[in-house]
Design a protein around this ligand. Sequence first.
Ligand code: 13P
Length: 339
Amino acid sequence: MDRDQLTATAAALVAPGKGILAADESSPTIAKRFAGIQVESTADTRRAYRELLFTAREIEAHISGVILFEETLRQASAAGRPFPQLLADRGIIPGIKVDKGAKALAGFPGEKITEGLDGLRERLADYAGLGARFAKWRAVIVIGDHIPTPGSLAANAHALARYAALCQEAGLVPIVEPEVLMDGEHTIERCARVTEQTLAAVFAELAHQRVLLEGMLLKPNMVIPGLGCPQQADPVEVARRTVASFRRVVPAAVPGIVFLSGGQSSQVATANLNAMNALGAHPWELSFSYGRALQEDTLKAWAGQAANVSRAQEIFRRRAYCNGEARYGRYAPAMENPR
Ligand code: 13P
């Protein structure tokens, strides 16, 4: 394991003012997003949309890395530049989603396990050869009546740790993503408890599997109430509770926490991250690795039309800028609308 290289890549991904774009929607997921704007999902529409994102001007000031789906890792711009190379030339680190999705966990109704460990060593070598320098694996934790169970938390934590160890062996920084879903009517207190239990299980397994904490990033949910909970929380409460929970269970050796947006609106995701960074110095960098919250408005503005590309790119650049400011705790809603 090349510890120096892993540590340097992890640090670069959470450089000041920067965060990660998650553009690694699987083919079924991007088809769903495209259906929302009445665009057919084909290899070429997917390629055109990803090119729009990757070629937006000045995004390298706010975007440190991009997580790609395997298809995109192997695609090229209209001018023929392979996407990983196009990104690297801009100073943006290419990454790759390597899990094979969350499936039903046998014997645990309502709970999930992420698949994809078999053959992962060989796939990682292939991805590294194509230019990927970091990876992502998402575990899904569902809150409901009597779930999550200790059995499902242990299984998901184990898979995340096995994945992380294989990534580090291959020289790729693992992004370890245990996502506690925001679906449900649970309170913010329940989310805090489940998030802490989940992260405690994950870090115990990472230690068992000898994962170098300095050479990884954590991609968690924020501590927020369920979507259906009548008592919602403002950014200051989300920030206080999230940071309090993480201080209990995330070792200070982890260089950065890069949040997922998980279904929060773009502006709420930015405001919540901003509130956390405004709370002051933390043991880790607090950053973003947003999918929907970075892309929603851009996708709508594009609507599959070449004529809309430059306006959609400006919207994406503005979103990246606002999140970059939230990294310093100095985002204000007025920044949403350029004068
Ligand atoms: P969202 O920000 O849309 O939750 O996506 C982030 C991600 O990569 C989920 O795995």
